[in-house]
Design a protein around this ligand. Structure first.
Ligand SMILES: [Zn+2]
Length: 482
């Protein structure tokens, strides 16, 4: 794309994980039998009246505050009018010109290249029902018939609108990932892209490098994975450059990303906001979020991913480990507690982002379904640094602890994994190996370090892998006079 610059803005929808829906008491659940969690309000029956859900307002305030937004003391709901089978009222309650949160920002980092992405607004709305098209691969065109499930209708939905500050598919992906990490840390949504509780619409245009005016943009709707977001934007940038270079104009339209085709296809020509005939929702009073509510929300915010990464950097945690921890608050909390309990930072970092994450993933488990405690990691760490357990055996012991087989000491003893710490026993094993491999030892004496690994290996074999290799190699070196 030499000579061209991409301009991308992203609208992110986040379903809040509240107990009940936005304007009625129906439960918010994923995967229930179709049309079982509905009532007159979320089915849009005549005369039904909406009542705002305070938990949802609290949720959006947490998101807005975490994104450094200004919070509007007064904001209002509007009706966004359009006709679609999954929208039984024929309007969606949303916010228009007075959103609850506005003018925020989020910092992202792509391979060490940091940039600040503006957040235009964060507003509250309700989700629609879900259309299921039967036949023709689930697409509406050519489907045999369509079904509508209203369970999702009225679920609290937060829309986060970015400024057109993103310049590459990689930045867009990282922006989406960082939003996901932030919302997960806030605990207001499970942000499961594959289940649709977080989804993206990307607005994409290209312009000649150095141009100030934006080009005509297209919108790619309902992208449901970070990988697809990156691929869809990359494809759309390339497509638009191709159109412009062939002398045609880019048409403002809504497009659909097909993961199978690896391409975007036309969905419909783009609506302007006028098409929605927004007007004030007459059944709801303005929302008031006073200064004390705003302050309470600010004080109750957890540590956010960026702050965590910075803190871990200060602790000497490597960049990759810090990134994994910052994306998984529950695992990071375990790590923090283990380090406070005296566990080694480096070892704990390796264990929780390596063995623990792999264990959880393999069994599709949550952290609280395992038996591991911060003290376990501290004990395990002390066993390794004290030479009683090898780094390899420690991983096996951790597996046993996760399975609930006991403390690290108990698991290591039961599985006979403890190392020989008795200096005399190691000394005699080393002496025996030196006797057996006198020529190799002579080379070591001459300063040939290449044989050291071989000799250590022989001692490890002689001790059934239970000597501390570091201790063995020190002993061999000192005996060789080095
Ligand atoms: Zn309902």
């Amino acid at each position: 794309m030499s000579g061209w610059e991409a301009v991308v803005g992203i609208e992110t929808h986040v379903e809040l994980q509240t107990a009940s829906k936005m304007f009625c008491g129906c439960p918010v659940v994923f995967g229930a039998e179709p049309n079982t969690t509905t009532c007159p309000v979320c089915l849009g029956l005549p005369g039904a009246m909406p009542v705002p859900n305070e938990e949802a307002i609290e949720g959006i305030l947490r998101i807005g505050t975490a994104l450094d937004c200004e919070i509007a003391e007064h904001s209002v709901f509007h009706r966004k009018n359009y006709f679609y089978p999954d929208l039984p009222k024929n309007y969606q309650i949303s916010q228009y010109d007075v959103p609850i949160c506005h003018d925020g920002s989020v910092e992202i980092d792509v391979d060490g290249d940091a940039s600040v992405i503006g957040i235009t607004r964060v507003h509250m709305e309700e989700d629609t029902g879900k259309s299921i098209h039967v036949g023709e691969g689930g697409r509406i065109h050519g489907a045999e018939h369509s079904l509508v499930d209203f369970n999702r209708s009225g679920v609290p939905l937060v829309e986060i609108v970015s400024e057109p500050d993103l310049r590459s598919p990689e930045q867009a992906r990282e922006y989406g990932a960082e939003l996901q990490r932030i919302v997960r840390a806030l605990g207001v949504s499970d942000v499961r892209l594959e289940e649709g509780s977080m989804r993206f619409d990307a607005n994409i245009s290209v312009r000649r490098a150095g141009d100030v005016e934006y080009g005509t943009r297209t919108e790619v709707k309902n992208v449901n994975s970070l990988r697809s977001l990156q691929r869809a934007i990359a494809h759309e940038i390339e497509r638009q450059i191709g159109v412009l270079e062939s002398g045609e104009p880019v048409v403002q339209e809504t497009r659909h990303w097909s993961e199978d085709l690896g391409a975007t296809t036309l969905m419909r020509s783009k609506e302007e906001s006028e098409d929605y005939r927004y007007f004030l929702e007459p059944d709801l009073v303005p929302m008031r979020v006073d200064a004390s509510w705003q302050a309470r929300v600010r004080e109750a915010l957890p540590e956010l991913p960026a702050a965590r990464r910075a803190r871990y950097k200060g602790l000497g945690v490597d960049r990759r480990t810090a990134a994994v921890l910052a994306a998984a608050p529950d695992i990071a909390d375990l790590f923090d507690a283990a380090v406070s309990a005296g566990a080694d930072v480096r070892l704990s970092g390796i264990w929780v982002t390596g063995e623990l994450v792999a264990y959880l993933r393999a069994g599709d488990r949550a952290l609280d379904e395992t038996a591991v405690e911060p003290d376990h990691l501290a004990e395990l760490s002390a066993m390794v640094t004290g030479g009683r357990l090898s780094a390899t055996a420690a991983k096996e012991v951790l597996g046993g602890v996760l399975d609930g087989d006991g403390s690290p000491g108990e698991v290591a003893a039961a599985r006979d994994l403890l190392q020989i710490t008795d200096a005399g026993a190691i000394e005699s094993a080393v002496a025996a190996v030196i006797g057996e491999h006198a020529d190799a030892f002579a080379k070591l004496r001459e300063g040939d370090e290449k044989v050291l690994g071989f000799l250590v290996g022989q001692v490890m074999r002689a001790t059934g892998g239970k000597a501390d290799p570091r201790q063995v190699s020190e002993l061999l070196r000192s005996k060789a006079g080095g």
